[in-house]
Design a protein around this ligand. Structure first.
Ligand SMILES: [Zn+2]
Ligand SMILES: [Zn+2]
Ligand SMILES: [Zn+2]
Length: 299
């Protein structure tokens, strides 16, 4: 959980918190302010596939004392009403869930099958058994047909006819990426993009929030699905171009096309620079997300 630092010291240490004013929620302080219906987005991880720091790297970012420069693999949690969703479950899933303190999730939405997005799925076992005995909670996972096929292959023991005891209990739903679907009554609209020339990736729009990661290109018809979002999360790997991820310029270009009230960058590598320095270079309304950041979105 985010800690509330006393003002004004926190304004120096964490200027980003104050730039977005009371919309960034910090512990009990802001909980009392929000009396209207809100959706909460928690960034569980904001790093690219290797995470930051990178093993063995001695660069300024990887050795930074600013905790915002330390990024677990990209994942987020969305809470609306009494429905709690997690987007992606990479290799840091276990620690990310421990850090939130939650005991139940209603669904995991997968963006694509790369290991930094599905590698932690075995750890859904913990959620299976929080109320056992007597109850086993199967974890519901939503993914495109292609990603679902990869999950079945990579975690074949969880889908075997004759399973051994203790394997993850998963209910895997293949979604039609052309149509909205619901989880616990919450409508979710898939938004497709291209991760590279070779395959697609699925982003998700939930009300006035849209969450896109690992996009490299997006077609106009998919951009139309983002009209009216208030908060747009989009991947931005670094400043230099990359063959399969938006760089900062490409992310900013999409942000301009969509025109959200605020945009948050995620899936960042150590090459993007220090949070304290790069954040200042971004246009108004665009920020670098960081791990454990929580944002409230009016519904
Ligand atoms: Zn990734
Ligand atoms: Zn580094
Ligand atoms: Zn990827």
């Amino acid at each position: 959980m985010q800690t509330l630092f006393p003002f004004p010291a926190s304004a120096v240490l964490f200027p980003g918190l104050f730039r977005v004013g009371f919309r960034v929620r910090n512990a009990a302080f802001c909980a009392k302010i929000f009396t209207f219906a809100t959706m909460k987005l928690t960034f569980l991880g904001t790093g690219t596939s290797q995470g930051v720091p990178v093993i063995g790297c001695r660069c300024r970012v990887c050795t930074s004392a600013d905790r915002r420069d330390h990024r677990l693999r990209t994942s987020a949690m969305v809470e609306t009403g009494d429905v709690r969703l997690v987007i992606d479950a990479g290799p840091d899933f276990r620690y990310q869930m421990l850090r939130t303190g939650v005991r139940h999730i209603d669904g995991i939405l997968l963006t694509h099958e790369h290991k930094d997005h599905i590698g932690g799925l075995d750890d859904v076992r913990a959620f299976n058994f929080v109320d056992y005995p007597p109850t086993v909670h199967r974890v519901e996972i939503y993914a495109s047909a292609r990603t679902a096929a990869c999950v079945r292959k990579d975690f074949d023991y969880a889908f075997a006819q004759d399973k051994y005891r203790g394997v993850p209990e998963i209910l895997l739903h293949e979604i039609d990426v052309e149509r909205p679907f619901t989880v616990g009554g919450v409508e979710i609209l898939p938004v497709s993009g291209h991760h590279s020339e070779r395959f697609t990736v699925t982003g998700y729009r939930i009300g006035r929030l849209a969450y896109l990661t690992d996009f490299k290109t997006i077609e106009d018809v998919e951009v139309e699905k983002l009209r009216g979002v208030e908060v747009l999360v989009v991947n931005a790997l670094r400043f230099a171009e990359h063959y399969s991820h938006f760089n900062v310029a490409e992310a900013l270009s999409l942000i301009r096309r969509v025109g959200p009230r605020e945009a948050w960058l995620t899936h960042m590598s150590h090459d993007i620079g220090l949070q304290a320095e790069t954040e200042r270079m971004l246009p108004p309304g665009v920020h670098m997300a960081y791990d454990t950041l929580e944002i409230e979105i009016e519904e």
